[in-house]
Structure formats: C-alpha cells, structure tokens
Design a protein around this ligand. Structure first.
Ligand SMILES: [Zn+2]
Ligand SMILES: [Zn+2]
Length: 344
C-alpha cells in the first residue's frame, strides 16, 4: 500500500554542499501544491533547481490550460508547511537558514527537539544570521515558528493526515557530553502506514547508553504490515576505525542494527504464536531468515570522499549488501539518490 510520495533533494552527509540531507514529503492522496513537509533541510532551493532542470516533470505533468500551476523551486518551497528536523548540524539545516528570509507562502513551523530548536536559535540570533524565527505563533513579522517535539511515545499531528512520533537516538559526543540525534516514525493516519527516518546515529554496539534498541522494539510488531520502509544513515565505508565514527554508522554497524531489528521482529511474531516447544536459542541465525521480508531499507547520509568513480552511496550500498547477504533477512537494501522520487 503506497501512502507517501517523497522527492530526494539531497541525500549526502557532506562535505559536498550540493547534496545534503533534504527530502520533500506529502501524503500520496494529496497534490504537491496542497502542501509539503520538508524532512531535513540540508540541500534545498539550489539543489532542487538542478534536479528540476534535469527532470522538469518531477512534481507531475507539465502545466496545461486546465491546470496552469507550474512548479519552480521557489513555488515548491513556498508550499512547504513545516520543516521536520532531526538535529541542527549544518548538513541538516543549511538550506533552511539560507532561504529563511525569502520563503514565500504561508507560515511554516519548524519541528524538532527542544535542544534542536535551541541550537537553531543560536544561528537565527542576529549574529550568524538575522532573527528569522520565533516561538510566538502570532508574531505577524516572522514566517518561521519553532515548535518543539517531545520523545513522549505519542504521535503528534504535524500535517493533514500525517503524525510523527519522535525518539531520541545517540549521535556521538560533544564537549558538553552525549549529542542527541532523532528518529521519526512518520505515520499516514488514515491507513496507519508508517515509515522510519533516522537522522545521524551511532551504533548501539559502541554506545555507553544504547538507544537504537528501543526504536527497533517499537518498530518490530509493525513489520512489515504497517512499517515496510526505513531510512537510515551509513556515513562511512567499510574499514573505518570505530574511534573515528563520530556518531555515525559504517556498513558492519548498519548490518548489526538490521540483525537486531530482525531479532526483535522474530521475537514479536513468535511471541504471538500459540506456544510450541520453546527452542533453546529462538534467535539463531536460521530463525532470522526472512524476518524482514517485505521491508525496504534506504541508505542515506553517505559522506562524499571525492575519490571513488561511482557515487559514494552506491559503493557503500554494495558493501552493506555484501555483508548483509549471508544473514538472509529478506530485507531489500537500496540507496536514496539525489533527484529520486520514492513511493512509500
Ligand atoms: Zn549529518
Ligand atoms: Zn549530524
């Protein structure tokens, strides 16, 4: 069942500033000019301009007399009703900052954790950039309104027919301690169909306080019927030393995380079956075969090396697939490429 349309404005994790995390989203049954969710805001107007040059019909058919709406990057971003941000690192917010003074259309909410919004305030401070956002919903002078999301286990409506559950994950350390990232469960309310979107995340295997396991446990009972798509980062190639992950995944960790999800999905299914003789090790590798059948995982946020002939996300995608194959989880591993239209 397809319930969302997504356009990948950018899917890289830097340092290539022309391809940074930025995704446009809408419910399948609505039109792009009914309103758009900007999921992350690394790349924006400039990247979209290049995408639309290559693919002028990416938002639908050419304008006709009956439907004279023609999309430009600016009209697309004017149609954005809200920004949904996992954290305030520059590769996730830079296009929002650059365009904040020029976006047309209705007022736009910026959804993120309390900390993410506080971090953004330090940019919109009047020093790094003018103060272009406010917490005051009624301020007539500012178009961008901060709106905090809380990791309270609840789904919050952020757009007609779309709700979001926010969970905190670990994204490495900063001088002040653990740096929080976020994971969103994005739900199409009329059908209860959801997908999971991770911002930057470190592996549970090296976390002092693992948090991904809670995401996998929340997801497991819904797989694959209600949750069949996951976006997760894999910033680095195979061979990256763990001490240099800086709060990110490499292929071996991505595979570990997916095996954990498969284990939870298997447990959740066997828990609901009538009790047979309990096997000693119910999560032996064989038991996980096919545990993620029907699930698509999109790899995002690969860090450009400027050294590979092929796109870095394809190189990393192949590395992940090779490591994942022996587990036979049944999951389909894909890459989200800039300019791609994804039906979820
Ligand atoms: Zn990032
Ligand atoms: Zn980050």
């Amino acid at each position: 069942m397809a319930t969302f349309d997504m356009i990948v404005v950018g899917s890289g994790g830097g340092p290539d500033e022309t391809n940074l995390s930025g995704y446009l989203l809408k419910p399948r049954e609505a039109a792009w000019n009914d309103g758009i969710i900007a999921l992350e805001a690394g790349s924006g107007l400039g990247a979209l301009r290049h995408i639309m040059k290559r693919d002028p019909n990416i938002f639908g058919e050419r304008p006709t007399d009956a439907n004279p709406t023609s999309f430009t990057p600016l009209t697309v971003y004017s149609n954005v009703k809200c920004f949904l941000l996992t954290h305030a690192h520059l590769d996730h917010i830079s296009s929002l900052v650059m365009a904040a003074g020029t976006l047309g259309g209705a007022r736009k909410r910026i959804y993120g954790s309390t900390q993410t919004l506080r971090d953004l305030e330090t940019v919109f401070s009047g020093r790094v950039w003018p103060k272009l956002a406010t917490y005051d919903e009624n301020n007539p002078l500012l178009q961008l309104v901060y709106h905090a999301l809380h990791a309270d286990g609840k789904y919050k409506v952020i757009f007609p027919n779309i709700s979001v559950r926010f969970m905190t994950v670990n994204h490495g350390m900063s001088d002040s301690g653990q740096y929080d990232g976020a994971c969103f469960f994005i739900r199409h309310d009329p059908t209860n169909h959801e997908f999971i979107f991770f911002g930057d995340v470190e592996p549970d295997s090296i976390s002092a306080e693992p948090k991904n396991i809670a995401v996998w446990r929340a997801a497991a009972p819904k797989i694959p019927h209600d949750i069949s798509t996951i976006f997760i980062e894999c910033s680095y190639q195979t061979g990256r030393p763990e001490a240099e992950l800086w709060g990110h995944l490499s292929p071996v960790h991505l595979v570990q995380e997916l095996v954990t999800l498969a284990t939870e999905a298997h447990k959740s299914r066997s828990g609901s079956r009538p009790r047979k003789k309990q096997r000693k090790n119910s999560t032996s590798p064989d038991a996980l075969h096919g545990a993620l059948q029907g699930v698509k995982v999109y790899i995002i946020h690969c860090k450009e090396q400027f050294s590979t002939e092929r796109p870095i996300n394809h190189v990393i995608g192949d590395q992940c697939r090779e490591l994942l194959a022996p587990h036979q989880l049944g999951v389909e591993l894909l890459t989200a490429d800039q300019g791609m239209k994804i039906v979820i």
